[in-house]
Design a binder for this molecule. Structure first.
Ligand SMILES: *Cc1c(COP(=O)(O)O)cnc(C)c1O
Length: 411
């Protein structure tokens, strides 16, 4: 089994041992641990409540109506229009639904198709680090080299520095992939930080690809799309999806928009990955994004408000337990330093947490280049999700309270 790109992918994400054995991901290990111990699973980030009933009804109506065959390759017209409407209403961006929008099987396919279409061997792709795990895999599949800009913990949250941005770009940079609001850190990049990346991209004639799947899940911070910055709409592919915004992660409806020439390039690859996906759900997401009666907007505002309360609950519990949480401004994740609990390596801490606190979480090194500088700096950091019922978070808080004042078990 040593042929094919799968080994490049496995190596890039740190799953290939020197003897060729493939290990499972820390996500799989921690989820299995949660199942085995009955601990509260704050590792995997998906909601435990469905999204709005009127969107479910729209999906059911589409199925009943007979919208069950292949939808058009670019996406159904109503959804293409709704993406354009949403971008104009929320950000003042003018997008041509006929040539500048593409519907995908979630943001994951949009990211993979964009990277495969626009980068290849000899090219470099820049991302923030820590990074969402599918980025490394898609970059490895493309044959390009992955370069990163570290996000560093500061009293003002995880921030990036101008010198790090400059150092990450080179004459070989083809793409800069920017995720804000950022998973795993919960950082919402400021317009100034985005400008640093925009300037570097323009200087190196690179295309910027954005992952904005948490665009509506922000608290005391404003999400700024890269495409709204001067000179950036013409070189930016903007990616988002319905999963996080509408709490329907299983529907897998994503989209991207950008200059027609780039969208054509991505569609050329995308049509041979899934061809099309999620037909009936595209109709429901169109209703949500167009939001003609304001009901979806109300739902999303309420979701963000409730997530902010749940963030505060979990951050308070983590602080009392001896963690140092870096308070997130967006997403539904919080990253916390576990060094105060006597652990140098968050992998050990995460393996002990189910027994000691009845909670499962993920070490932040799972989102870093194995053995790299960022992995070293964030070695004791743990990611928790708070997109769970308040009662579930309260149960987690009671468990975490058992850690307060205890040293590490066994010294
Ligand atoms: C969840 C997530 C995705 C994947 O979105 P899908 O629409 O489910 O494919 C992409 N990027 C980030 C940062 C995410 O957290």
């Amino acid at each position: 089994m040593s042929h094919g790109h799968w080994t490049d992918v496995a190596r890039a994400v740190g799953l290939l041992a020197p003897d060729g054995a493939v290990s499972s991901t820390i996500f799989a290990e921690m989820s299995a641990l949660a199942t085995r111990t009955g601990a509260v699973n704050l590792g995997q980030g998906f909601p435990d409540v469905d999204g709005p009933a009127h969107l479910k009804a729209a999906a059911i109506a589409a199925i009943e109506r007979g919208d069950n065959q292949y939808p058009p390759g670019a996406g159904i017209p109503a959804l293409l229009d709704a993406v354009a409407t949403h971008q104009r209403r929320c950000y003042g961006l003018e997008v041509d639904p006929a040539t500048e929008v593409l519907v995908t099987a979630g943001a994951t396919e949009a990211l993979a198709a964009t990277i495969l279409a626009l980068a290849g061997p000899g090219d470099e792709v820049v991302t923030l680090e820590p990074f969402y795990d599918s980025y490394t895999a898609a970059i490895a599949l493309s044959g390009a080299t992955h370069r990163t800009i570290p996000l560093r913990p500061t009293p003002e949250g995880f921030r990036l520095e101008a010198a790090d941005v400059e150092a990450a770009f080179s004459p070989r940079t083809r793409l800069a992939l920017v995720n804000s609001p950022h998973n795993p850190t919960g950082t919402v990049l400021t317009a100034d930080e985005l400008s640093l990346i925009a300037r570097a991209a323009i200087a190196h004639d690179a295309v910027v690809v954005t992952d904005e799947v948490y665009e509506h899940l922000t608290y005391d911070a404003q999400h700024v799309p890269m495409a709204t910055l001067p000179g950036m709409a013409e070189r930016t592919v903007t990616i988002s999806s319905a999963g996080k915004t509408f709490s329907f992660t299983g529907w897998k409806v994503g989209w991207l928009h950008g200059p027609a020439e780039l969208v054509t390039a991505v569609r050329t690859v995308k049509q041979f990955l899934t061809y099309v996906a999620s037909g009936p759900f595209q109709h429901a997401v169109a209703v949500g994004l167009a939001d003609e009666d304001g009901r979806t907007g109300e739902y999303v505002t309420g979701l963000a408000r409730s997530l902010q309360e749940r963030r505060d609950l979990l951050c308070g519990a983590l602080t009392e337990a001896g963690f140092a949480p870096v308070v997130p401004r967006g997403t539904y994740f919080v990253v916390a330093d576990g060094a105060g609990l006597g652990y140098e390596d968050a992998v050990d801490l995460c393996r002990d947490l189910p027994k000691r606190a009845g909670v499962v979480a993920i070490p932040v090194t799972a989102f870093c280049t194995p053995g790299g500088e960022v992995a070293r700096q964030l070695r004791a950091y743990v990611r928790f999700t708070y997109v769970k019922h308040e009662a579930t978070l309260e149960q987690a808080a009671r468990g975490l309270a058992r850690l307060g004042g205890q040293g590490r078990l066994g010294g």
